[in-house]
Design a protein around this ligand. Structure first.
Ligand SMILES: [Zn+2]
Length: 138
């Protein structure tokens, strides 16, 4: 799927999803892309970056890559939230009690400072640090 920002000659802008750039071209050719405001077919893709130098192309690619990574991190976050117990700031204590008392089999997650994380690792406790992606961002 690809999202285009479309601009109509009436001056309105809107977004539309297509399965690909070829679908856009086809629909455009068949005059099937209408402005959602004025119903006009004088709709064009709006140019997001007027000066597409090599540098900005590279930047676009990076943004896409970042989005992919972010999506994976977000999926990971959802997985953790669903399967693990949120212990918040008690994370170091809870991690220790799991490690030493061998209680609870369910995973936990929470917050720890880098120092606390290092201490836990020093004690042989398996701790993973993941970037916690903000869900509200795109
Ligand atoms: Zn329009």
């Amino acid at each position: 799927m690809i999202k285009y920002n479309l601009i109509c000659k009436c001056g309105k802008k809107f977004e539309s999803w297509f399965s690909g750039s070829s679908e856009y071209d086809l629909l455009k050719k068949k005059r099937l892309i209408n402005c959602i405001y004025s119903n006009s077919i004088s709709v064009e893709k709006s140019v997001m970056a007027p000066n597409l130098s090599n540098k900005s192309n590279k930047k676009l690619k990076n943004t896409k890559l970042e989005k992919n990574i972010k999506k994976q991190l977000l999926d990971f976050r959802r997985y953790i939230e669903k399967n693990c117990k949120d212990v918040g700031d008690n994370f170091p204590q809870e991690a220790r009690s799991i490690h030493y008392d061998k209680k609870i089999s369910k995973g936990i997650y929470g917050r720890a400072t880098p120092e606390e994380t290092a201490e836990l690792r020093d004690e042989g406790i398996d701790v993973a640090t993941i970037p916690w992606v903000n869900k509200s961002e795109n």
